[in-house]
Design a protein around this ligand. Structure first.
Ligand SMILES: *Cc1c(COP(=O)(O)O)cnc(C)c1O
Length: 827
């Protein structure tokens, strides 16, 4: 583990140290950029990174209270506060400082580093190389997909120095980023995976992007690449023409490649044929999709180029497994919360998983259990390894450890919490008792061979197999895309009404709150109360407040949308009797939607004066809603609405002492009318991945899947389902999927209108959609019971479903029934 004094760190990053603690601070052994993930405050150095909207400096005061004493900042706190007593290293740019520190750490490595870049497959190639080579070498690697300007420095810092090889992935989204990563990583070896169009919006041509990526490998000894694209081949050869970098190419067709691989696919697996150093090889791979096969070939080529190809490696190739890159969050039995991460078990990923567990725990009182397998990590003596595990568990306040495996059990005495040990997963499965798990947060983390998915299955709450996977990373990415469209000072209200357009309430709000969203908006008071009870602190507006809930709203600090004089009178009365003052309300003005809203100017004037005079309520904001912001044909109408809003809201604002926030734009409005941003915008559907224009590259955040429960063959002339609507005009194979119109899979999708994606094909619905089940024609799909089907996601788009149903995406999303379990993931 690294231990640096604060003075040395200031030296390394070239900052000026302002210290108030008298030189007896603890040495620094961990660094952080994320205030949520700090577990060891007094030995942590926090880098206050600054983005366009995110500013790490805002967390300093709170972190100081939690015990963090060391900070890297680019500006000193303006108001006097406690953090003045901290050690502050002041630098020009905190991100540059983080990178400098990582470069320093990297220079101390005495093992070579392999860097992997490319548009796709980086993480998988990295993980597979680790799997393939870990029996020969001690390997350290970057965790998950930590490949950014921030991720790479953090990975370097966390790498154990006792290694034979480091594997780092590097990703860029903009020109000029790679040179910075290259300065950090200085790889001896390189692999460039596929170059596709990810992030192409920031590059003029594919060639420009490739040239940028290749900067990573300047000065490297070896670069492995695929020769099958003439463009890539040419650019690479030109660039390295006069360099000492050895180029090693592989191909499935080009005879001049250094390694020629022939691939034969069958239904379930593929066979690779290749010759190397006069020997012919043949090996089976458990994948048939092109992306996986290409990733395998990159690994194979690198291993061959390094001279590490051994007979044993071939059998390892045939047991490669898909890489799960996300931590999964699931509802467990007896009100438990499960975090599943059972694909690897090394110290770095354990640390990340524990941080995620902490983030998700609802209160500090909730008990935490970790189910952990033997840790497969070379380079550490076992005792030291488990002592480190024990330290991490303690730091993260884990109350109970369930260890599975011989090795961890042997070192059971190093753990200082409650422990149970089982020699194998089977032994646990046979002896566990469900009542031993109650209202706690459980992390399930193990090496792949332990097959902890069996444990997850036991502890998971049993639903039927249809689920909606919500990707919280995509949510944040979408938010950032919209943030870039609005001025930094414009506030954002996120619409989380209607179960966040079907995506779930608390988890979405929590993620948005962490992004420092300014306001949340719900439809009815109950939705707001649920958020408050889950600990959400962000201001919340209730769009359709109802009289019976006014008292509860005040109790839970929910702010009403006041849209009529009658509503004002009622709420004002309840506010008075609750003895509040300056209670924030939001005034809605009618300008052309003809839905809720004040339209009488005089009435509004009167109320504004009364509010100002009484000081019971405060007009926090005033707003209106556009009727046709997404369509050019209504642009004139939209402009008229805006003008009218400005005129009427001027009156309201003029009577108030406080600064009143004005807002008008919804998602499509933000995209199409940047000049109407005012003080705040209201972001809805865009957050969930539907855009009105093509220059808003948001992605849907939800993927709806189910699992085939039965397969049948039917003969010519047979009918399928209610009303005998489905008729087999040939012998066919049909699959029954446990999802129906009660789940929100509309009956409108019957008889071929709708399709589901299965094993690479789009299988049409056959017959009528039933309440809880749907039949699809899988004659072309080679389907089996238990196969996963996609109802909405990457292949069947949300917009497809909306088109089939002749409706809008909003209705599809909000129509997905609450009985479809929501599963959240975060990278
Ligand atoms: C739902 C809603 C929005 C969000 O609209 P999107 O089209 O989803 O962005 C904005 N304002 C009000 C008043 C709403 O009810």
């Amino acid at each position: 583990m690294i231990n640096y004094s604060i003075n040395k760190l200031a030296d390394i990053i070239g900052g000026s140290l302002q210290t108030a603690v008298n030189g007896d601070a603890k040495p620094i052994s961990n660094i952080s950029i994320d205030s949520r993930t700090i577990v060891d405050p007094d030995s942590c150095l926090f880098f206050a990174l600054k983005g366009e909207r995110h500013d790490g400096h805002r967390y300093i005061e709170g972190l100081y209270k939690k015990g963090v004493r060391n900070f890297v900042v680019s500006q000193l706190p303006t108001q006097p506060n406690q953090s003045e007593h901290a050690n502050l290293i002041v630098v020009k740019n905190t991100l540059t400082a983080l990178q400098q520190l990582a470069a320093h750490v990297r220079n101390e490595f005495d093992f070579p580093v392999l860097a992997i870049t490319g548009s796709n497959g980086k993480t998988i190639v990295k993980e597979w190389l680790f799997d393939l080579l870990q029996s020969q070498f001690r390997i350290v690697r970057s965790p998950k997909s930590y490949n950014s300007q921030v991720g790479v420095p953090l990975s370097l810092w966390n790498m154990n120095r006792d290694a034979d090889l480091g594997i780092i992935e590097a990703g860029i989204s903009k020109p000029a980023e790679m040179i910075k990563l290259a300065d950090l990583i200085h790889p001896e070896f390189g692999i460039i995976t596929t170059i596709g169009d990810a992030h192409q919006e920031n590059f003029k041509t594919l060639e420009e992007k490739l040239t940028e990526k290749l900067k990573l490998f300047e000065g490297a000894e070896l670069l492995v690449y695929r020769k099958d694209s003439a463009l890539i081949d040419q650019v690479i050869n030109n660039k390295f023409k006069n360099e000492h970098t050895k180029l090693f190419s592989w191909s499935t067709g080009e005879l001049k490649a250094d390694l020629l691989i022939r691939i034969e696919k069958s239904l379930q697996k593929s066979t690779l044929y290749f010759s190397w150093l006069e020997k012919s090889y043949e090996t089976e791979i458990p994948f048939t999709d092109d992306a996986s096969l290409e990733n395998v070939c990159h690994c194979l080529a690198f291993i061959a180029a390094k001279g590490w190809l051994k007979e044993r490696l071939l059998s390892q190739l045939s047991s490669l497994q898909p890489v799960a890159m996300r931590l999964e969050l699931k509802q467990g039995i007896n009100d438990c919360l499960l975090v599943n991460d059972y694909y690897n078990s090394d110290i770095n990923s354990l640390e990340i998983a524990l941080q995620f567990l902490n983030q998700q725990t609802s209160s500090s009182r909730q008990q935490k259990t970790v189910i952990l397998s033997d840790i497969r990590q070379s380079g550490f003596p076992a005792r030291q390894l488990y002592a480190e595990v024990s330290r991490l568990l303690k730091l993260n306040k884990v109350n109970r450890l369930i260890g599975i495996g011989q090795n961890i059990a042997e070192h059971g005495t190093v753990f200082e919490m409650t422990t149970e040990f089982y020699p194998s997963t089977l032994d646990f499965v046979q002896n566990w008792k469900s009542h031993n798990f109650k209202d706690e947060a459980i992390l399930i983390k193990g090496a792949r061979e332990f097959r902890f998915e069996e444990i997850a299955l036991l502890l998971q709450k049993k639903y039927h197999q249809t689920q909606l996977e919500v990707n919280l990373n995509s949510l944040v990415e979408n938010l950032n895309i919209f943030k870039e469209k609005v001025k930094p000072q414009t506030k954002i209200m996120a619409m989380v009404k209607a179960f966040s357009y079907g995506s779930g309430t608390v988890e979405i709000a929590r993620a948005l709150e962490f992004q420092k969203i300014d306001y949340l908006a719900v439809a009815v008071a109950d939705e707001g109360i649920e958020l408050r009870q889950a600990g959400i602190e962000t201001p919340i507006v209730v769009m359709n407040p109802e009289g019976h809930s006014f008292e509860a709203m005040i109790e839970y600090r929910l702010e009403p949308n006041v849209y009529s004089a009658e509503l004002f009178r009622q709420f004002n009365a309840v506010a008075k009797s609750s003895a509040v003052s300056y209670y924030p309300i939001h005034i809605k003005i009618e300008t052309g939607m003809n839905r809720l809203g004040f339209s009488e100017v005089n009435e509004l004037k009167h109320i504004s004066q009364q509010i100002n005079h009484e000081e019971v309520l405060r007009i926090q904001s005033v707003f209106t809603h556009l009727a046709g912001s997404d369509e050019a044909q209504h642009d004139e109408y939209t402009r008229k609405q805006y003008q009218q809003f400005i005129e009427i809201s001027d009156i309201v604002v003029s009577f108030q002492k406080n600064k009143v926030i004005r807002h008008i734009l919804n998602s499509a409005g933000i995209e199409r009318f940047p000049e109407f941003q005012l003080d705040m915008v209201r972001l809805g559907i865009g957050l969930y991945g539907v855009a009105a224009t093509s220059n808003t590259p948001v992605r849907p955040i939800a993927r709806w899947t189910s699992v085939i429960s039965q397969i049948k063959t039917v003969n010519v002339g047979d009918t399928i389902g209610y009303g005998r609507k489905g008729k087999a005009d040939k012998a066919m194979t049909i699959a029954i999927v446990p999802v129906g119109y009660a789940d929100g899979f509309l009956r409108h999708f019957s008889n071929g209108v709708g399709k589901m994606w299965i094993n690479g094909t789009k299988a049409p619905v056959i017959g009528n959609v039933c309440m809880d089940m749907t039949m699809i024609d899988v004659s072309e799909a080679n389907a089996q019971v238990g196969d996963s089907v996609e109802l909405m996601g990457e292949h069947i788009h949300l917009t497809d479903l909306a088109e089939w149903a002749e409706t809008i995406p909003y209705e599809i999303l909000t129509g997905i029934s609450q009985r479809v379990k929501r599963v959240y993931s975060q990278e």
